[in-house]
Design a protein around this ligand. Structure first.
Ligand SMILES: Nc1ncnc2c1ncn2[C@@H]1O[C@H](COP(=O)(O)OP(=O)(O)OP(=O)(O)O)[C@@H](O)[C@H]1O
Ligand SMILES: [Mg+2]
Length: 337
C-alpha cells in the first residue's frame, strides 16, 4: 500500500522493522537483506530474504544488519530503510516523508547518529529520534502526559528495556543488550550440554515458540526435533519437553526480571505507588511467551499485564510522536543528534 505524504513512525528492530502511518502499522518485514556479493546490489529484502537464509550460494549474502537494537552494518541498514520507505511511500522518488524513528533507551550518541544518518540517506525529508519505551507508552495510549508514573517493559529480540515515564519523558530506565534471541541461544546451549547434540538458532526459536513458557505448566508437552550429533555429525532425533525448555530459559528470563527490578529501585516512591495501582505494561515479541506476565508479577511484586498491541505499539507510538498535538510536548525529551 502506498501512503502519500503521511508522516511515518519507523521501529527499526533487531529482527523486525515496522512502519506506521497515522496510528496504524502499514509494513512489517524481517530486518534481513540478501545481497549479491560481487555487485553489492540488493537481491531481496524482508520476508523473501529471510527465506533465503542458509539456502543460497556463496555469491549471495543474507545479512541481518541490526544487532541488539543498534546498527551493526551501516550500508546494509541504509539500503534496507531506503527500500522499505519507498515501499510505503509509493514508487515516486519525490515523495520524501517526515519520519520519527526509534532507538533503544541508553544507546550512545554515535549509535543514535548512525540511525539518524541512515534514515535521512534513505530518502526522508526530516527525521527525529525517539527512545523505544517512550514510543511504546504512546502506542499503548498510557497517560504519560501527566505527572504520574507509568511503567513499560519492552521484550524485544535483541534488547530488553524497562522504563518509568511521566510528563512525556523518561524518569528512570534500564536497557539490557539481550532479548528473545538470547532465549534461543540458551536453548541451543542447553541441548548441547544436556544431550551432546547440536541445533541451529532457527530450530531453537521454533522450540521456544512451541514449548516456551516463563513459568511451570501443569500439562506436560513435548516435541520431536532433528538435531545433529556433536561427535559423529550425524542427524539424530531429540524429544524435548516444556520442562526442559523452561530449565533453559530460566536464567535469561531472570536477567529480564532484573532489568525491570533495577528501574523500580531507582523510581521515586510517589511514582512507584502509581505503578502498583496501574501495573507494568509488557510489550515486544517476548510478551507472547506464555506466563511472562505472571512471572513478572511474582518476581517484581507489582502487577504486570500484556498490552493489546505488543508487537506494533512502538512503531505506532513513533508515528503518534509526530502528531502536531504531541510533538511540541515531547520534543524536549527526544535524543538530540
Ligand atoms: N510466542 C512467543 N513466545 C516467545 N517469544 C516470542 C513469541 N513470539 C515472538 N517471540 C520472540 O519475539 C522476538 C521478536 O520480538 P520483536 O519483534 O519485538 O523484536 P525486535 O523489535 O525486532 O527487536 P529489538 O526491539 O530488541 O530490536 C523474537 O525473539 C521472537 O522469537
Ligand atoms: Mg523492538
Amino acid at each position: 500500500m502506498a501512503v502519500f505524504s503521511k508522516d511515518l513512525g519507523v521501529d527499526l528492530g533487531t529482527m523486525y522493522t515496522r512502519i506506521a502511518a497515522g496510528d496504524n502499522v502499514v509494513l512489517e518485514e524481517p530486518t534481513v537483506v540478501a545481497i549479491a556479493v560481487d555487485e553489492q546490489k540488493i537481491v531481496s529484502v524482508g520476508e523473501e530474504a529471510q527465506t533465503m537464509y542458509g539456502r543460497v550460494p556463496e555469491s549471495i549474502e543474507v545479512a541481518r544488519p541490526m544487532q541488539n537494537g543498534v546498527i551493526a552494518d551501516y550500508e546494509i541498514t541504509e539500503k534496507l530503510l531506503e527500500y522499505l520507505i519507498r515501499k510505503v511511500s509509493g514508487a515516486s522518488r519525490f515523495i520524501r516523508p517526515k519520519v520519527m524513528i526509534t532507538v533503544p533507551f541508553g544507546v550512545t550518541s554515535v549509535e543514535s547518529r548512525a540511525v539518524h544518518e541512515a534514515i535521512l540517506q534513505a530518502g526522508t525529508r526530516e527525521a527525529y529520534l525517539v527512545q523505544q519505551p517512550l514510543a511504546a507508552a504512546l502506542g499503548m495510549d498510557l497517560p504519560i502526559g501527566t505527572p504520574s508514573g507509568n511503567m513499560v517493559l519492552c521484550l524485544g529480540a535483541g534488547t530488553t528495556q524497562a522504563a518509568v515515564l511521566a510528563m512525556y519523558g523518561v524518569v528512570a530506565a534500564e536497557s539490557l543488550r539481550a532479548g528473545g534471541i538470547h532465549l534461543d541461544e540458551a536453548i541451543v546451549s542447553h541441548v548441547r550440554k544436556k544431550y551432546g547434540l547440536i541445533i541451529g538458532p532457527a530450530t531453537a526459536e521454533q522450540v521456544k515458540l512451541n514449548l516456551g513458557t516463563a513459568i511451570r505448566q501443569e500439562e506436560e508437552k513435548s516435541i520431536e526435533i532433528q538435531a545433529q550429533d556433536q561427535v559423529s555429525g550425524l542427524p539424530k532425533p531429540l524429544n524435548l519437553t516444556n520442562d526442559d525448555v523452561l530449565e533453559a530459559l530460566t536464567e535469561p528470563l531472570m536477567s529480564f526480571v532484573e532489568t525491570a527490578r533495577k528501574v523500580l529501585e531507582k523510581t521515586p516512591p510517589e511514582l512507584v505507588s502509581d505503578i502498583i495501582d496501574r501495573g507494568v505494561a509488557i510489550c515486544g515479541g517476548g510478551a507472547a511467551l506464555p506466563g511472562i506476565d505472571r512471572l513478572m508479577t511474582k518476581e517484581l511484586g507489582v502487577p504486570a499485564y500484556l498490552v493489546d498491541n505488543p508487537m506494533t505499539c512502538i512503531a505506532e507510538g513513533a508515528a503518534i510522536a509526530l502528531d502536531p498535538n504531541v510533538y511540541p510536548k515531547i520534543k524536549r525529551n527526544l535524543p538530540l543528534v
